[in-house]
Every structure is written in structure tokens, then in C-alpha cells.
Design a protein around this ligand. Structure first.
Ligand SMILES: Nc1ncnc2c1ncn2[C@@H]1O[C@H](COP(=O)(O)OP(=O)(O)OP(=O)(O)O)[C@@H](O)[C@H]1O
Ligand SMILES: CC(C)(CO)[C@@H](O)C(=O)NCCC(=O)O
Ligand SMILES: [K+]
Length: 255
């Protein structure tokens, strides 16, 4: 069995893959007082609860965009597994089928997304990741990562407005019924959700123009199904893209 781990700014996601399927995908909040022992206990508990069998994963790959907690997670995993997981880093990028842009700065989740996109489409692909940040990553048909854009994610935008104002509440992430709101909640929903629909359409349209119309668009991330008016703009919506990319990378490392 293969274990891939995606440490994001909101959640850590653990994917267990065997025989062409995800046996389990576990999620836990990133910001906890993690210790190596805490990780071991959590893994043991979840492993038993999900009834994942007697044989622990024999290969593991970790991606983290939260450097401060990586050491504790890695140490815990290495104690639990009995070996040190591979870690996404610029040296490892050299062995990938894609060409990574700004390897010392880029988030390894975006690299994983790009590997998935290139492997599955082999054409120009824009990956839209609706996470804590809303990111757009362009991989061209020869596998070169050409560029990225980063904006606040939907929930981050709502929380930021709430925390910076005296009277505005935190609102549910739901498309409002009308273009303009008739009360505070629907006004914020209109501003953020319709605003973000516009942001995504603008980014897609600009990149499509750059690529002379030759572009696939895929969406991922926990919030990828909120902006329902965008459904027809995406060739694929798949919340597992980051895990799938990590899996493809891990399988290559083994080979
Ligand atoms: N199935 C889901 N349904 C609704 N919200 C979800 C779901 N999964 C995740 N979320 C929420 O979506 C947001 C983004 O989650 P996601 O896992 O994409 O981001 P993340 O942990 O911040 O990762 P990254 O930092 O890589 O973007 C979080 O606020 C999370 O709570
Ligand atoms: C943009 C995020 C937060 C998305 O998870 C992550 O990929 C990250 O922290 N990246 C570092 C900066 C960059 O990707 O250029
Ligand atoms: K993500």
C-alpha cells in the first residue's frame, strides 16, 4: 500500500492507495499541537477504525506547504511506518516528467496538481485549486509549468471580511438567489460569490486567449463545487487531484 500526505493550510489529508483504488482518505485540521507521539497515536487509531488490514504502507510521500509542522508529522510517520517517507522538494522535482517553475518557492501541492494534469491531458491545462488560497496553475503541453496566480480562497475571503469589520457576519458559502443582496448576509454572498465567479472566468479567459483557445481547465480543492455557475467551464472537477499527483510521483520514485 502507498500513503500520500498533503499538509495544507487548513487540513492535512492522508490518502491510502492500493490495487488501483483509494482505500481511505483521512482529513484532520492542520493547526493542532502536533507531537510525533500524537501523530503515531492518531495514525494507529484511524488505521484500526478504517480496518485497513495487517500490513502498513510500504511507500510514503509527503507534501507540505506548512513548514512549521512538517518535522513532527514526518517524525511520527517514520516511527509508525518504520521508515522515513519521501518528501516533495526541489531535488525530487528534477526527476519529474514536468518542468517546475521557481522550484525553491513554489508550493509542492501545486507541483503535484501539475503532474496529475500533464499526465492525464498532455495538452495545456489550467488547474484551479479552491483551497485556503485560490490558485491557478498553467502547465503547457510539453509539461512546463508556465505560471501561477494566487488569491485568497473563498472561506479565507469571508473570514477576512468578518475579522476586519465591526458589523459584518461570517456567512455560509452559498450562491445568493439574486445579483445584489437584500440584507447583510445576501449582500456579502453576492459580493464574494459572484465576485469570485467573475475572477475565475476572467483568469480562464485570459489564459485561454494566451493559449489561442487550446486549453483544458480542471478544478480541485475542498471548495471546488461551491461556485455552481462555473460548472460548464471545467473539463473535470476532482477533489483528489493533489493526492493523485502525489501518487503518480510516488509510483515513479519506486520504479
Ligand atoms: N468535502 C468538503 N466539503 C466542504 N468543505 C470542505 C470539504 N473539504 C474541505 N473543505 C473546506 O474547504 C477548504 C479548503 O480545503 P482544502 O483541503 O482544499 O484546502 P487546504 O487544506 O487549505 O489545502 P491547501 O492549503 O492545499 O489549499 C477548507 O476550509 C475546508 O474546511
Ligand atoms: C499557494 C498555497 C498556499 C496553496 O496551497 C501553497 O501552494 C503555497 O504556500 N505556495 C507557496 C508559494 C507559491 O506557490 O508560489
Ligand atoms: K488543496
Amino acid at each position: 500500500m502507498l500513503l500520500v500526505v498533503d499538509i495544507g493550510n487548513t487540513d492535512i489529508v492522508f490518502g491510502f492507495y492500493e490495487n488501483q483504488t483509494w482505500k481511505a482518505v483521512l482529513r484532520t485540521p492542520t493547526h493542532q499541537p502536533w507531537s510525533a507521539n500524537g501523530v503515531v497515536n492518531w495514525m494507529k487509531k484511524e488505521w484500526a477504525f478504517k480496518d485497513l488490514g495487517d500490513t502498513l504502507p510500504s511507500l510514503a510521500l509527503l507534501s507540505s506547504v506548512v513548514p512549521s509542522i512538517s518535522p513532527q508529522i514526518l517524525k511520527g510517520l517514520s516511527i509508525w511506518l518504520g521508515f522515513m517517507p519521501e518528501v516533495m522538494n526541489p531535488a525530487l522535482y528534477e526527476s519529474l516528467a514536468i518542468q517546475v517553475i521557481s522550484p525553491d518557492e513554489i508550493g509542492s501541492d501545486l507541483v503535484a496538481n501539475s503532474v496529475y494534469a500533464h499526465e492525464n491531458y498532455a495538452t495545456n491545462v489550467l488547474i484551479v485549486d479552491f483551497g485556503t488560497a485560490l490558485t491557478f496553475t498553467l502547465v503547457n503541453k510539453s509539461g512546463k509549468m508556465e505560471g501561477v496566480s494566487i488569491a485568497p480562497g473563498l472561506k479565507t475571503a469571508v473570514k477576512s471580511l468578518f475579522s476586519q469589520t465591526a458589523q459584518l457576519p461570517e456567512v455560509p458559502l452559498e450562491m445568493p438567489e439574486f445579483n445584489l443582496g437584500t440584507d447583510t448576509v445576501s449582500a456579502i454572498q453576492a459580493g464574494i460569490l459572484w465576485g469570485y465567479v467573475g475572477m475565475v472566468k476572467e483568469m480562464i479567459s485570459r489564459v485561454k486567449e494566451d493559449k489561442k483557445g487550446d486549453l483544458k481547465v480542471v478544478a480541485t480543492g475542498g471548495l471546488s463545487s461551491i461556485l455552481t455557475p462555473l460548472a460548464s467551464y471545467f473539463d473535470e472537477v476532482n477533489k483528489l487531484i493533489t493526492l493523485e499527483g502525489l501518487r503518480l510521483i510516488a509510483e515513479r520514485l519506486k520504479a
